[in-house]
Ligand binder design. Structure first.
Ligand SMILES: [Fe+2]
Length: 292
């Protein structure tokens, strides 16, 4: 029986989150959940994550995992909040990410000035996946494919016939994820996508982002066959050299994500917010670089 997937679009950051479950056993995983964050007002809220929770409860799902495809740079993860809420009524799901998170943590520990007390060992997460790790979600086989390139910690999760690809691939007409963050590498991204393209054409591909035109509906999923046939930046016949050239040229004109710094300082901690000060207030850090 195929995996059942429900997708949730976070319009403010154009992010897709997904809940995947085994219909036979109700074992479930949440992929890339999002916190609502208004940086101008300094407000974090959980409306979007609550929608996921409503779905989980409505269908009687037993969430075993909260899976991050990578340390996102454009939204704050709701993993920690969901784990704590779900722990109130059952065993807490494990928050997991690729083992490459250590490189990301080492880099951003310096950027944020967290100092040597910050553990850049992935211990903020419950599990770090290595390439080709397998486990079961109920009766469904889950296979982890390391797919770095957009970031050094990128992983894709193949669960039954559904693969959750993070920012390796966008919808065919939109191409692929950028490769200009620290640790990113367009050639690595090319090779990661070749691994995905080796999956059967009918494999359902669940996206992490979509940026629809005004009045268009966002697209949550496609297939490996559709990506190979028509991805605007990397189809089945694109060479590595052509892709790297195109990707570098494209990345050179992309703006930094609006929530880059808030996102990364929270996401490298599995969604845990900084400790409150003596008056109960929480502060995020914003590094500032002076020109000249
Ligand atoms: Fe990303």
């Amino acid at each position: 029986m195929p995996a059942t997937v429900q997708s949730f679009f976070h319009a403010d950051t154009c992010t897709w989150s997904h809940v995947v479950h085994d219909p036979a056993t109700r074992a479930a995983a949440i992929v890339d959940p999002v916190l609502d964050f208004d940086p101008a007002r300094g407000r974090i809220s959980v409306e979007s994550a609550r929608d996921i929770l409503v779905h989980v409860r409505k269908h009687g799902l037993r969430v075993e995992w909260i899976l991050e495809t990578h340390a996102h740079a454009d939204h704050l993860t709701a993993a920690d909040w969901l784990q704590r809420i779900l722990a109130e009524t059952g065993a807490p799901p494990k928050i997991a990410i690729g083992a490459g998170i250590l490189d990301v943590q080492r880099h951003f520990r310096e950027v944020f000035g967290f100092g040597p007390d910050f553990a850049a060992d992935g211990s903020q997460f419950d599990h770090l996946f290595t390439d080709e790790e397998h486990f079961l979600l109920g009766a469904l086989d889950m296979r982890v494919l390391a797919t770095p390139g957009h970031t050094s910690d990128g992983v894709s999760y193949l669960i039954g016939d559904a693969v959750f690809v993070g920012d390796t691939l966008f919808a065919p007409q939109s191409g692929t994820g950028r490769c200009d963050f620290p640790g990113a590498d367009a050639a690595m991204q090319y090779r990661s996508i070749q691994r995905l393209y080796a999956l059967p054409d009918a494999t359902r591909v669940f996206l992490c982002h979509d940026y629809p035109a005004v009045d268009a509906q966002p697209q949550a999923q496609t297939t490996i066959g559709a990506e190979k046939a028509g991805n605007a930046q990397l189809n089945a016949t694109t060479t590595e050299a052509d892709y790297v050239f195109l990707r570098i040229r494209r990345d050179a004109i992309l703006a930094a994500p609006r929530l880059l710094y808030p996102s990364l300082q929270v996401n490298i901690c599995a969604g845990k917010l900084p400790a409150a000060d003596a008056s109960g207030r929480i502060f995020l850090r914003l590094p500032v670089f002076l020109d000249g």
